[in-house]
Ligand binder design. Structure first.
Ligand code: NDP
Ligand code: 8X3
Length: 250
């Protein structure tokens, strides 16, 4: 493992779930943290707990705000993790306002962060840019068309950035998990806690710390090694649409 001490690391979506766990893991490995998301108070709580983290309240959909907030930072690691889904309705019953939020966050949000931080990394000849993809970027499932389309786009952006930055010294990694127990489903089901809980019923889903552990492995390899793609599943998940659950009550 490469020494992570004092590396400066940005995590978007650090106010919850996977991003929060990634921030804890990177901080635990010695990184100085920049925590970004919209909910400033949640970031402030995490920063207070970590002791020495910088808080950046931003909406990744706002290209100018992202550029203003991030372009001066001398980042060693950037984790473009912020993302969400709404609903499981088929396209023909979809809500264009929700499509816009999901596409703008999951796709343009990654591009906005990349535009802000890659020039500095390229100038310094090093850096890790990590995208939080999903198995939904590799497979489709019923009710997931728009979300899956955004995660397919994230995979394309990961591949494209590797080509755009070839020879620069910047490493690119996409971490693509299956089901992870977070607030993702609560957001997806627009606050319906019962529906959200049903997603994880009877199955040992991946936990945010599992994803953080894999991501930490990738960014802590020696400089000549680039872990490109990490696909990880709960052991009970065979595909994006196949989960084996324990019978109720067992
Ligand atoms: P959470 O809902 O727990 O976290 C989502 C994070 O994204 C929050 O910190 C939220 O912060 C942030 N976020 C959302 N919209 C914006 C925005 N416009 N600007 C800035 N930050 C934003 O879900 P997860 O931790 O599960 O999701 C994190 C990532 O992991 C997402 O990209 C998701 O697609 C991906 N993923 C999730 C899986 C799962 O099963 N949970 C599986 C595979 C991938 P705030 O609201 O404060 O802005
Ligand atoms: C989020 C989890 O199951 O919708 O990527 O693909 S899932």
């Amino acid at each position: 493992m490469t020494d992570m001490k004092d590396r400066l690391a940005l995590v978007t979506g650090a106010s919850s779930g996977i991003g929060e766990a990634v921030a804890r893991a990177l901080h635990g490995a010695g990184c100085r943290m920049v925590l970004a998301a919209r909910r400033r108070e949640r970031l402030a709580e995490l920063a207070a707990e970590l002791g020495d983290a910088q808080v950046v309240a931003l909406d990744v959909r706002d290209a100018d705000a992202v550029l203003d907030a991030l372009q001066g930072l001398e980042l060693d690691i950037a984790v473009a993790n912020a993302g969400l889904a709404y609903g499981t309705e088929p396209v023909q019953a979809g809500n264009p306002a929700e499509w816009s939020e999901v596409v703008d966050t999951n796709v343009k949000g990654v591009l906005n962060v990349a535009r802000a931080v890659l020039p500095g990394m390229i100038a310094r000849g090093r850096g890790d840019f990590v995208t939080m993809g999903s198995v939904a970027g590799r497979q489709l499932y019923p009710g997931g068309t728009v979300y899956c389309a955004t995660k397919h786009a994230v995979k394309a952006i990961y591949e494209g950035m590797r080509l755009d930055c070839a020879g620069s010294g910047v490493r690119f990694t996409t971490v693509d998990p299956g089901m992870v127990q977070t607030d993702f489903s609560l957001v997806r089901f627009r606050g319906d806690a019962q529906k959200a809980a049903a997603v994880y019923a009877g199955v040992d889903a991946l936990q945010p710390a599992d994803v953080a552990d894999a991501l930490l492995y990738a960014v802590s390899r020696p400089p000549h090694v680039n872990i490109g793609e990490i696909v990880m599943w709960a052991s009970a998940q065979a595909s994006a649409s196949s989960v084996t659950r324990r019978p109720a009550g067992s």
